[in-house]
Design a protein. Structure first.
Length: 228
């Protein structure tokens, strides 16, 4: 059976890399996207070598420039800094196929414009995810997820990721497609976060978690209690 394919735009960065490693180990075919084809290929080769050295055989990771990566898959994950979200969406928009699913992981941290990582910026659209949805072509479903999962926890392949993943989106079937991606990461639990507009709250939580990480020298995550 062929592997399910995920393209990660900005996948050369910390968050994209962490997700790529976890999903590649779980059997997904990964394409790393970058503004530079060389950087994408080098990053993919580095990840393949890392997994191979750990004994994770038969993993599939390649690298392409962002528009080609976006065109290569029907599941696209956006992991770029907030100040690069609009320009990146404009770069990939015409490559996104109708019927594809775009998972936005962007957090509008003040750090993206030279400020503090423990504060979020006001976004006119309401949230980074809603801004992403405004920029996505018709027929592409936008959901948001993985904001509260830290890159360091994802990259620590010796341990499970101790975090719930709140998935926000306006289309139930699009959100349902994310569930197996969440559950492929050991320790993560899928939580339906309701409408895409609720991403405002989920994105803001990340700034709070970064503050915990600084004060407690930790890799914090979230757990929602009372839900089986
Ligand atoms: N790091 C975390 O723990 C974490 C956790 C939750 C959510 N997030 C969110 O996930 C997103 C990515 O985080 P990250 O830490 O992975 O970020 P990052 O490492 O700073 O950047 C990710 C990638 O984005 C591309 N990029 C950077 N600046 C750009 C620009 N001006 N224009 C276009 N592309 C640019 C770069 O790829 P190329 O140079 O190869 O194109 C870079 O490798 C952010 O929105 C962040 O808030 C991060």
């Amino acid at each position: 059976m062929s592997k399910q394919h995920i393209a990660i735009i900005g996948g050369t960065g910390d968050q994209g890399k962490g997700l790529a490693l976890r999903w590649a180990r779980a059997g997904f075919q990964i394409t790393i996207g970058s503004r530079s084809g060389e950087r994408a290929a080098a990053s993919a080769a580095e990840m393949r070598a890392l997994l191979n050295n750990r004994g994770d055989k038969d993993t599939s990771i390649d690298g392409l420039i962002n528009p080609d990566a976006a065109a290569s898959s029907s599941i696209i994950v956006l992991t770029v800094p907030f100040d690069a979200q609009i320009s990146t969406m404009k770069q990939i928009s015409s490559s996104l196929q109708p019927g594809s699913l775009l998972i936005d992981v962007t957090v509008p941290l003040e750090a993206a414009v030279g400020g503090k990582p423990v504060r979020t910026l006001g976004v006119w659209a309401g949230s980074a995810a809603e801004q992403c949805a405004e920029l996505a072509p018709a027929g592409v479903q936008v959901v948001s997820a993985f904001h509260n999962v830290g890159a360091a926890a994802l990259a620590d392949l010796e341990h499970e990721v101790d975090c719930d993943v709140i998935v926000c989106g306006d289309d139930k079937s699009a959100k349902a497609q994310i569930k197996p991606l969440v559950e492929a990461i050991a320790g993560c639990r899928y939580i339906d976060g309701g409408a895409l507009a609720n991403s405002r709250t989920v994105e803001a939580l990340t700034a709070l978690l970064i503050g915990f990480n600084i004060r407690y020298k930790a890799h914090s995550g979230i757990r929602i209690t009372g839900i089986k």
